[in-house]
Design a protein around this ligand. Structure first.
Ligand code: 13P
Length: 253
């Protein structure tokens, strides 16, 4: 079954209530572009407010704690996020792996916790420039994913993978569609190995890293690319929905 392209905005550590108007504008535009599935992951502080303001788009979080509750000052559990209106959580982002020293093992536990709380998971992976230059990118990414992906029985049904080469994030550099297609094809092979032919084939694989309205069509036409995880260009409705339009959508209204 062909799935709609999935375009997810990751606001990272950006956004105050003043940005709710952008979320509303994104939602209104998404209602006119139903051939694309649009979602936003605002910072924790805006999840509930965005959830209340929007009708069409999915709302998610950028991280969660692996535990359900307890003495973890400053942390937020998956069930708390679900209660605030989040339907998915981004896990294993390279910024969290770097800033918070997150291991593959911790990330897998977070993924299990999110699935157990009824949420969907967007699992990120990606190599740095040195690994790419040494020709070991594919090996690195598959190892990282193999160790981070959730193994619960129905995990694949609620899983999305995002390939985000670190050297392409926030830099204006993007991988070539050929490199993206090659990596996504390798990731597809791993998903089929881990989850079986049918379920592994249905997991969407997003590309992330300096996706903009101008390059989205090319990147999204690469093999096995099911959408985009967008940072900087998701902060305004104009550029974010420009990406949705560029992936081949014609407005219905
Ligand atoms: P940019 O689109 O700003 O490069 O960020 C990509 C990303 O990290 C999305 O999660």
């Amino acid at each position: 079954m062909a799935q709609r392209p999935y375009i997810v905005g990751n606001w990272k550590m950006n956004g105050t209530r003043a940005m709710l108007s952008e979320a509303r504008a994104i939602d209104r535009a998404a209602q006119r572009h139903m051939k694309v599935e649009v979602a936003l992951a605002p910072p924790y502080t805006l999840i509930h407010a965005v959830h209340r303001e929007v009708e069409q788009i999915g709302v998610g979080a950028q991280d969660c704690h692996p535990g359900a509750e307890g003495p973890h000052t400053g942390d937020i559990s998956a069930s708390m996020l679900a209660d605030a209106g989040a339907k998915f959580v981004i896990l294993g982002h390279s910024e969290r792996r770097a800033d918070h020293n997150e291991s593959d093992e911790l990330i897998e536990r977070k993924a299990d916790a999110a699935l157990e709380a009824g949420m969907r998971v967007i699992m990120c992976c990606g190599e740095d420039a040195r690994t790419r230059d040494s020709g070991k990118a594919e090996k690195f990414v598959l190892k990282q994913l193999r160790a981070s992906l959730p193994r619960l029985d129905d995990a694949a049904e609620r899983l999305t993978v995002a390939y985000e080469p670190i050297w392409a994030i926030g830099t204006g550099n993007t991988a070539t569609p050929e490199d993206v297609g090659q990596m996504h094809t390798a990731i597809r092979g791993l998903l089929v190995e881990l989850y079986g032919q049918e379920e592994g084939a249905e997991v969407r694989i997003l590309y992330g890293g300096s996706v903009k309205p101008e390059n989205a069509r090319d990147l999204l036409s690469a093999d096995e690319v099911g959408g985009a995880l967008v940072g900087g260009a998701s902060l305004t409705a104009d550029s974010f929905m420009g990406i949705a339009l560029a992936v081949g959508e014609t407005p219905e209204a």
